[in-house]
Design a protein around this ligand. Structure first.
Ligand code: ZN
Length: 208
């Protein structure tokens, strides 16, 4: 269970009208904010839950993935759409929320929409572990090492031609007893990761 405490955070990048709920539960304290102009109905709990699940309870921006504080963002502003609709909403951290806008260093609506579409695609296709592997490569890693015989953990990344096993040979970077298996992104995998990170469509070539 969470204990919810209402508080104002004047120094936040969010507007002064935003209301914050500081939740402390059994795990890591979670701080998230819901900007609620007067007269705006609450976001239904089921919708809120679906959005947090979609984003894995993290900021939905693949190069960020911060865990707190998180906000529920309307991609097209609430003032324009006047409705809470799953397709138009996304979880962001307060920093990324502060970047929303137009301009070269900003997070614009087109990018937010594409991040959301990509998130839906990889959520449907890949396991939680595989999504973490993709994030791991987005962070700039060049290879992944697992104990042997765990290909099943990255099976769909391999099947889709995004990841390839590095041949296991003594005298290479493998340990003496060959107890590990290395994986690297294929060129298609590198392209896929780059597209995820830069809000370009990932749907077409890699995933059948
Ligand atoms: Zn973020």
């Amino acid at each position: 269970m969470f204990n919810l405490t209402y508080s104002n955070h004047e120094s936040s990048p969010l507007s002064g009208s935003a209301r914050f709920w500081h939740a402390t539960g059994m795990g890591t304290p979670l701080l998230y904010a819901i900007g609620m102009p007067e007269g705006r109905p609450d976001i239904p709990r089921e919708l809120e839950r679906a959005l947090f699940v979609e984003a894995g309870h993290r900021c939905a921006i693949p190069t960020c993935r911060a865990v707190a504080p998180l906000v529920i963002e309307h991609i097209d502003d609430w003032a324009t759409v006047q409705e809470h609709r799953f397709e138009n909403m996304i979880i962001l951290c307060a920093n990324c929320h502060g970047l929303k806008g137009e301009g070269p260093r900003k997070l614009d609506r087109k990018a937010l929409r594409q991040y959301k579409i990509n998130l839906g695609i990889i959520n449907n296709r890949y396991s939680d572990f595989e999504r973490r592997v993709l994030e791991y490569f987005i962070e700039g890693r060049w290879h992944l090492v697992l104990p042997t015989d765990l290909d099943i953990l990255v099976l769909y990344l391999i099947k889709d031609g995004l990841l390839v096993k590095v041949p296991r040979e003594k005298g290479t970077w493998y340990d003496e007893n060959l107890t590990q298996q290395g994986y690297m992104l294929t060129p298609a995998g590198q392209e896929f990761v780059k597209k995820l990170a830069t809000a370009q469509p990932v749907s077409s070539e890699a995933i059948q």
